[in-house]
Design a protein. Structure first.
Length: 379
């Protein structure tokens, strides 16, 4: 695993909340037990209370130095139990159990297993003081703390692995897109520049057309590369860079897209209003991909849908995209915000071009995706 991506990193931002929660738990449980057990032993009560406060303060460093904090809390917990035997050993070592859970979640298993073994060494004391029941409760508490940490660690490792895989896939896609944008656009620009140089004196009008073609290609490439840079810097993990192919604008291919969906038996009503010829490549592809993803989600998630309406209307300031179906969305089948790739991918793509997107069920049934894209992609 990449050392820059460790489960420990997931706890750094949670350290403050973890400290407050664990400190409160120790104060309430252990502090109360100490007060009750030492009510008639003032001297021992004062020392035990000081040891409990030491445990609470040590918990502040449980994420950064769990081994040291575990040792401190284990020793102070045993001291509390020795001073006030009425406090169960399981309760006196509660702070140590909390740290064991954190250590199990943030450190390699070989380290946490050793810590678990050390904590289990106190089991005979628990058996001696509380009998089989006391010893069993202590062992179960220690094992539960260690197991909870392992479960948390497994979650973190799985999340980091998924993130790493997504990053690698995104980098590969960006590399392909950079090659396409730069190689294709620069090749065309070189040819146009050579043609303009050849006819610059004899046919200035033709040379001017070549220069205009170079300007158009350069503007389109700059827009695409700007989106690529945003994705590379982590602003859009699921961004797919806008590209302009020789076949023309993407929105001009909506009929082809609708035909492929109709082949599955779904009736697609396509309505295009206004001209989309002046759209930037980024906005053009974003609108197309939103329609494509909405139709795909209808096929995958809208149970019983047999009809879908697609409307693309180009105005003076924006392009409105609206896709609605008459299906019954199965419970839990549509990805919620922050999960999956469908709706989240559309929202990320919309955000890149300064677009507002809304997706949700319709009052009368069915599901609708609606977006408003500016005529020029957001800088």
């Amino acid at each position: 695993m990449d050392r820059s991506m460790q489960p420990y990193d997931g706890f750094v931002g949670e350290a403050r909340g973890l400290w407050w929660g664990s400190a409160g738990l120790v104060l309430v449980v252990v502090g109360t037990s100490v007060v009750v057990a030492g009510a008639d032993q003032v001297g021992r009560l004062i020392v035990a209370a000081a040891l409990v406060l030491t445990q609470v303060c040590a918990l502040k460093w449980q994420v950064r130095s769990p081994v040291v904090v575990l040792a401190v809390n284990a020793v102070t917990g045993l001291a509390v139990w020795a001073l006030l035997p009425a406090v169960s050993l399981t309760g006196a070592l509660l702070a140590a159990q909390v740290v064991l859970c954190v250590l199990s979640a943030t450190r390699p298993r070989r380290v946490s297993v050793w810590a678990l073994a050390v904590m289990c060494l106190a089991a005979p004391l628990a058996f001696g003081a509380g009998g089989p029941a006391g010893g069993t409760v202590y062992l179960l508490a220690v094992l539960l703390a260690w197991t909870a940490g392992q479960w948390r660690r497994a979650q973190q490792v799985r999340t980091l692995a998924e993130t790493r895989r997504a990053v690698m896939e995104e980098r590969a896609r960006i590399a392909r897109e950079v090659h396409d944008v730069v190689a294709h656009t620069l090749s065309v620009m070189v040819i146009q520049a050579g043609a303009a140089d050849d006819v610059f004196t004899r046919q200035p009008a033709q040379a001017r057309q070549a220069l205009q073609a170079i300007e158009t290609g350069a503007r389109s490439a700059l827009g695409e590369l700007r989106l690529l840079l945003r994705a590379f810097h982590g602003d859009a993990e699921q961004n797919e860079v806008a590209e302009r192919r020789e076949a023309g604008p993407w929105l001009a291919r909506l009929d082809e897209l609708a035909d492929s969906v109709r082949a599955t038996g779904l009736t697609v009503h396509m309505c295009c209003e206004g001209s989309t010829a002046g759209l930037s490549a980024a906005v053009d592809l974003a609108a197309y991909r939103i329609v494509q993803e909405a139709l795909t989600n209808t096929l995958r998630h809208a149970a019983g849908a047999d009809e879908v309406h697609v409307r693309v209307a180009s105005g003076e300031e924006c392009v409105e995209v609206r896709v609605s179906d008459n299906g019954r969305t199965r419970h839990g089948s549509w990805p919620a915000a922050g999960a999956g790739r469908g709706l989240v991918g559309m929202k990320e793509r919309a955000r890149l071009v300064g677009c507002s997107l809304r997706a949700g069920p319709l009052p009368g049934g069915g599901f609708e995706v609606a977006a408003r894209l500016p005529l020029e992609d957001a800088s």
